[in-house]
Design a protein around this ligand. Structure first.
Ligand code: ATP
Length: 361
């Protein structure tokens, strides 16, 4: 049976430094929940509070509504996988996995059964008598995962488990982790600073910055509707350009320069005033390079042909600089120095308050 994890107004200080400030989130039974944010934002600190390596200065952490603040690490029944694997080099795969079971005084017969089961789940049965040094990074991480899961923890915690692997293996292992997590059905808290990894692996993501949650949502929600400028720029690439709201009889428009306006159908009307300054977030692939006279004027500063796509950096007449991505097969490849007009596929842009940088959608 999987459990829920409830974090309620949790605070962590190191000396005078408040690293986590009244942070709250609910992690649902059986989901793979990711804490995503830049280095130093407090992800690992939060994970270590959940498992019990760090004390909690204020607030509560609950497992299925039971407060665990004062329960010691070894009684919390949680498994953890670390970036550096933390497996014992002098023990075989099997011995590494057996270690936690021996500590928990599990009988020999059950131990053998559990080890064989988990070796199958993480797909390293054929290596069980080998020492870790004779295995690849991905296989070593599978041992670490097996060792964490074999004790049948209530919650699995993973701290940047793929950082030490090369790019190809990282992609292979993130699929493996997702599959194993789903097969076992265990509530999992996963820490990473890699947004692509988070999007690929998670049921839901909490984006953190400076110890504060910026947004919680499914990967596609976070990507398509970032709730503030920080999330918009941290998840994927976003161009942030200045705009001005114009209220007209038929609705709200955002003016991006004197020549170009985009009709917005989904803004919170009551929070918006005429001529209000806003920040507009546009993904590079949402720009269209056009022959029309109307558009945002600029000059191509650099052209990079990358096969499937062509990437441009464009200096706008406003002084702003944007990245534009076009489909290489559909669109002509344009040279550096060319004057162009940009239009925007308006449905996918997001509008933010110029001061608070919070969403107006
Ligand atoms: P990274 O991805 O680099 O590990 P992170 O988001 O996991 O980053 P944390 O390791 O949780 O961040 O650190 C958050 C802040 O707390 C940082 O400023 C860090 O220097 C500080 N910090 C972490 N552990 C301690 C400690 N034991 N004593 C003092 N300060 C600490």
């Amino acid at each position: 049976m999987s459990v829920s994890v409830n974090i309620d107004k949790v605070v962590k200080k190191f000396g005078e430094d408040k690293v986590i400030d009244k942070l709250s989130l609910d992690i649902r039974k059986g989901e793979l929940f990711t804490l995503l944010g830049p280095s130093g934002c407090g992800k690992t600190t939060l994970l270590r509070m959940i498992i019990g390596f760090h004390s909690i200065d204020d607030g509560q952490i609950k497992i299925d509504d039971k407060v665990i603040n004062h329960i010691p690490v070894n009684k919390r029944k949680m498994g953890m996988v670390f970036q550096n694997y933390a497996i014992f080099p002098h023990m075989t795969v099997e011995e590494n996995i057996a270690f936690g079971l021996k500590v928990n005084k599990i009988g020999k017969e059950e131990m053998t059964e559990r080890i064989n089961d988990i070796l199958k789940t993480v797909r390293i049965e054929e290596h069980k008598t080998k020492k870790p040094e004779n295995l690849s990074g991905g296989q070593q991480q599978r041992i670490a995962l097996a060792r964490a899961l074999v004790i049948h923890p209530k919650v699995l915690l993973m701290d940047e488990p793929l950082s030490n692997l090369d790019a190809k293996l990282r992609i292979e292992m993130r699929n493996a982790i997702k599959n194993i997590q789903q097969e076992v059905g265990i509530t999992t808290v996963y820490v990473t600073h890699d947004q692509e990894e988070a999007l690929a692996i998670s049921d839901r993501i909490a984006v953190m910055n400076k110890g504060i949650i910026q947004q919680i949502g499914k990967p596609e929600e976070i990507y398509s509707r970032p709730s503030n400028v920080f999330v918009s720029q941290f998840i994927g690439t976003s161009n942030i350009i200045k705009g001005i709201i114009k209220k007209k009889e038929d609705g709200l428009y955002v003016h991006l320069n004197d020549m170009y306006e985009v009709k917005m159908n989904n803004l919170k009307q009551d929070e918006i005033v005429d001529k209000q300054e806003v920040l507009v977030s546009v993904r590079p692939q949402e720009f269209v390079i056009t022959n029309k006279e109307s558009g945002i004027k600029g000059k191509i500063d650099s052209t990079m042909f990358l096969g499937l796509n062509t990437h441009y950096f464009v200096n706008l007449d406003s002084g702003e600089r944007v990245e534009v991505i076009q489909d290489s097969e559909e669109e002509e490849i344009l040279p550096e120095g060319k004057d162009i007009n940009l239009n925007i596929k308006s449905k996918k842009i997001n509008i933010y308050h110029a001061d608070t940088k919070e969403t107006l959608i």
